[in-house]
Design a protein around this ligand. Structure first.
Ligand code: ATP
Length: 264
């Protein structure tokens, strides 16, 4: 079997934020390798550094020690090469642009023109099940549809790597379930590498091939759990003993990672 290509390689990475109250050690000694086609979730209590770690990968924050490579490049080079798409917690679409022209925006910035843009917009609207909604404005769509549109925008630049910071955190459970299923189908269809921040144990277990359990003060990786669930899953898998066992392992890891019970 050939070895999967390394997409992200992080070695002894630390990050300190200097603040007026003193230094905040947001990340300490992070070692992590993510391979092509992995679906990796970061889970942990508030403040354990999940978002900061994702932002370091995206070159939105700088590590203070250690090293990180994205597709064999520095995060800055990877950003300039548009190696990833980034999906924020809120859909962050421009309200004065239609859904189609929101998705077109990064393509315009890339220098694509007319038909090439239209074709990519259509293709990605279809991928997230929003074909026919391109002419609508964001406020005419539900929260879940807006979030799908922002995923389509991230996918439109055709990155192999998708960075997602709690993209479904603000949505109700039913919509979230539906989007979890759609995201998993998309992942299976496109063989992308996904790095996904979440507070939800069921979401992490349902989606991931690898679950990175983090602990706070300072933010560290407590444990990396590899999923033994089949790659093809639907929501019914959540009733199986294998799923519940994995969820228990994640919960135990979260408990062991800090000294008090905190809702995550
Ligand atoms: N720009 C900043 N300046 C100073 N401290 C920061 C900054 N950004 C984050 N921090 C601190 O770094 C730590 C990690 O924050 P981060 O947002 O990465 O955690 P998180 O696990 O994503 O939390 P949440 O689940 O609440 O989003 C926290 O203690 C936070 O207060």
């Amino acid at each position: 079997m050939t070895e999967a290509a390394k997409v992200i390689e992080i070695d002894k990475l630390s990050l300190v934020f200097p603040t007026s109250d003193g230094d905040v050690q947001a990340l300490q000694d992070i070692d992590l390798t993510i391979n092509q086609g992995d679906f990796v979730s970061f889970i942990g209590p508030s403040g354990c550094g999940k978002t900061t770690l994702l932002r370091v990968i995206a070159n939105l924050e700088q590590a203070t020690a250690g090293s990180i490579e994205v597709n064999g490049m520095s995060p800055e080079e990877a950003r300039l090469a548009r190696a990833y798409g980034y999906v924020f917690q809120a859909a962050s679409l421009y309200p004065w642009r239609t859904i189609a022209s929101n998705i077109a925006l990064p393509l315009e910035i890339m220098g694509l023109k007319g038909d090439a843009i239209r074709a990519r917009v259509e293709k990605n609207l279809e991928l997230v099940d929003l074909a026919g909604f391109g002419k609508k404005y964001p406020w005419q769509l539900s929260g879940g549809m807006q979030q799908r549109a922002s995923i389509a925008r991230a996918l439109a630049v055709e990155p192999d790597l998708l960075l997602m910071d709690e993209p479904f955190g603000a949505l109700d459970e039913i919509v979230r379930d539906h989007l979890n299923e759609q995201l998993l189908k998309l992942w299976a269809k496109t063989n992308k590498t996904v790095v996904f921040v979440t507070h939800s144990i069921p979401e992490a277990v349902f989606l991931s091939s690898h679950i990175v359990v983090m602990s706070p003060r300072p933010g560290r990786i407590h444990e990396i759990i590899e999923s033994n669930l089949p790659a093809e899953r639907d929501l019914s898998i959540r009733e199986t003993p294998e799923f519940l066992q994995l969820a228990h392992r994640v919960r135990d890891g979260l408990r062991a990672g800090h000294s008090y019970d905190e809702v995550v």
